[in-house]
Design a protein around this ligand. Sequence first.
Ligand SMILES: CC(C)(COP(=O)(O)OP(=O)(O)OC[C@H]1O[C@@H](n2cnc3c(N)ncnc32)[C@H](O)[C@@H]1OP(=O)(O)O)[C@@H](O)C(=O)NCCC(=O)NCCS
Length: 236
Amino acid sequence: MLKNHLLGTIACISGKKKGYSIRRLVCDKAFYHNIKAVKGLKGYPTTIVRSYMYGDINCGEAAKIWDCEVISLGKVKIGIGTAMNHVKIRQACNDVTIGNYCSIGEGTRIIEFNHKVFRLSSSYYCSNIFKENMINDIESKGNIVIQDDVWIGNNCMILSGVKIGRGAVIGAGSIVTKDVEPYTINAGNPCHKIRDRFDAETKMKIEDTKWWEENPESLHNKREVFDEFEKIILSR
Ligand SMILES: CC(C)(COP(=O)(O)OP(=O)(O)OC[C@H]1O[C@@H](n2cnc3c(N)ncnc32)[C@H](O)[C@@H]1OP(=O)(O)O)[C@@H](O)C(=O)NCCC(=O)NCCS
């Protein structure tokens, strides 16, 4: 039994497209905790360390996942080069999609469902008393979509149905209950816009690059693009 589980884990993390990337990590037993998967010493390895991953979790190449807990009854997707540290994801009804090159700070929780409150009890009575599927006890406002290059500070809470636009920043301790505009800085409870990161022209120029669609290997030869934007932004 134990052997089968371990073999299952190894099969899941070996990946196909790239030697060192995890394309799809499917763990069907809660047993799969404390996974240590650092594939490939060269290139840009996907790293999953001391993490508990349960469910249908698709993890992109070069992602760095440290001390995280992802429990999913549906689908969770974590993009290329996204880094998360001590993050918890709870998904049950709708998908959770995290884009490429996101940075998600310690203690942040992405919670995709609510207890049902407009009924006799908000508790899990269907599953705990009547032995029904736990899905009867929860509801959700929709998918959680975190687009590319979003930085979420420490100890944030991202709730169901929200979309955080590309390049947005979420300040530490924020509770995100509504959609967040791309390339804005936001904070608080409820999370609200503090300011734009860039002027409209710069945003358009950044959007035109579509740099986040490339993997680290191809970006490695484009250092000058990053340098050029830094100069443009600092000169404004
Ligand atoms: C949001 C953040 C990036 C700063 O953004 P900024 O544009 O420089 O904002 P400022 O510091 O100028 O603050 C602007 C306003 O927002 C408020 N503010 C800033 N961060 C806030 C936060 N996390 N929560 C609530 N309000 C916040 C400030 O108090 C200020 O309010 P005021 O205008 O009433 O005085 C920063 O405050 C932050 O939260 N960083 C995250 C740190 C972190 O978690 N690091 C972990 C590394 S992964």
